[in-house]
Design a protein around this ligand. Structure first.
Ligand SMILES: [Fe+2]
Length: 386
């Protein structure tokens, strides 16, 4: 099925946010690629006072690190009193995130020029609020602690869709247990389907090669007579196999990276709910020293496995939830490795030469991966000629 969501961007009106040197980005990508699946960073939540103040005066407290963290030497050289750059964003105008080489590595995608979009976003929040109330998340005894307290913060969060792991040798649907019915209702919600499809369209518009690769992978998986059986993507026309529902009223994340996602993929994030975006709910990127205003109903796409990201809390009385879609790296590996897990491939490598070649291919993975993103002028060319 093809996407049918018409909201092009005006190539004459692209105001990029140039935020990071290409070398820094390469280092971050290398890192994400190498220690994919094993890295989890938790840190202090930034608060509204952090906007524009001296970033390094806030304590950094990485805890519970697994694998090899980004060390001080690997971080970009920073002046001691470097501030965050603040991007005031209307939540509507698309603004690509580019590195110094002009590579578009993420995008503040915005939203369609359509009043119905904001109404759909409001209705989705209401549907999530009603489901959250029915689930009685305030009674912790009723829930798996991991649903309420996790690496992203302390709010109810439920992941749905296809997962590559959870003890299985092949991708399968997440077992939602007691949340199965509520999440099924939300996934069937017409507003959610409308919003979710546009997230996929944004990837098609801003990273066409990435879109093609993810779509080809999912199409192949679904068409497989054995492994495709019973699998459903988030929307029939979309290219996301998985989604997260982050329930309000205070769904704002601690600094983290989503290390199980495809390192060069983009996850889509859409906050919903009534909150004042100039006061809270901003997304901030520690590596980029960037704080971005993030209004309700707007969409941002980022390589969430690579960039440390978090939100500023919303102010008292405001409510924020969010809906995100993502692409687990394990699904891509499984399909592109000929429907085999990496473990199975490693077992099949008998000779020393074969093992060396395998590791060499892996070490070049980040270079190959980064080529999937286009430079802004190339992207504009694509849109002019299509
Ligand atoms: Fe995230």
């Amino acid at each position: 099925m093809e996407l049918d969501v018409n909201n092009g961007f005006d190539v004459e009106e692209v105001h990029a946010v140039k935020v990071v040197g290409s070398e820094l980005l390469k280092r971050l990508m290398d890192h994400a690629f190498e220690e994919e699946n094993v890295y989890l960073e938790q840190g202090l939540m930034c608060d509204p006072d952090a906007i524009g103040i001296e970033a390094d005066s806030k304590p950094r407290m990485p805890t519970k690190r697994k694998g090899v963290p980004i060390t001080g030497e690997e971080r970009p050289p920073q002046k001691k009193k470097q501030k965050y750059t603040y991007v005031s964003w209307d939540g509507k105008t698309p603004r690509p995130l580019i590195d110094t080489a002009g590579v578009v590595f993420g995008v503040l995608a915005g939203r369609p020029n359509d009043d119905e979009w904001l109404r759909a976003s409001e209705r989705l929040y209401e549907a999530m609020r009603i489901e959250a109330s029915g689930a009685n998340f305030t009674d912790e005894s009723l829930h798996d602690p991991k649903v309420l307290h996790h690496g992203r913060g302390h709010f109810p969060a439920i992941n749905a869709g296809i997962t590559p792991g959870q003890g299985s040798q092949f991708p399968h649907m997440v077992d939602l247990k007691i949340y199965d019915e509520m999440i099924s209702r939300l996934l069937k919600n017409k507003d959610l389907q409308y919003l979710a499809d546009w997230h996929s369209w944004c990837i098609k518009a801003w990273s066409p090669d990435l879109y093609d690769r993810l779509k080809a992978c999912l199409d192949k998986l679904h068409a497989h007579p054995i492994y495709g059986e019973g699998l459903e993507r988030i929307t029939p026309a979309g290219i996301f196999p998985a989604a997260a529902f982050n329930f309000g009223p205070n769904a704002t994340t601690d600094p983290h990276r989503d290390v199980k996602n495809y390192a060069f993929g983009w996850c889509s994030i859409q906050p919903v709910g009534p909150f004042k975006s100039e006061k809270g709910g901003h997304i901030f990127f520690d590596d980029l020293r960037l704080v971005v205003q993030f209004p309700s109903g707007s969409v941002i796409l980022i390589p969430s496995a690579t960039l440390t990201h978090a939100n500023i809390r919303v102010t008292e009385g405001d409510e924020r939830a969010s809906f995100t879609q993502y692409f687990p790296a394990g699904i891509l590996r499984f399909v592109e490795n000929g429907f085999r897990t990496e473990k199975k491939i490693k077992k099949s490598l008998k000779s020393h030469k074969a093992k060396l070649e395998f590791h060499e291919r892996k070490s070049k993975g980040s270079e190959i991966g980064m080529r999937i993103w286009k430079r802004l002028p190339e992207l504009i060319e694509v849109h002019i000629h299509n």
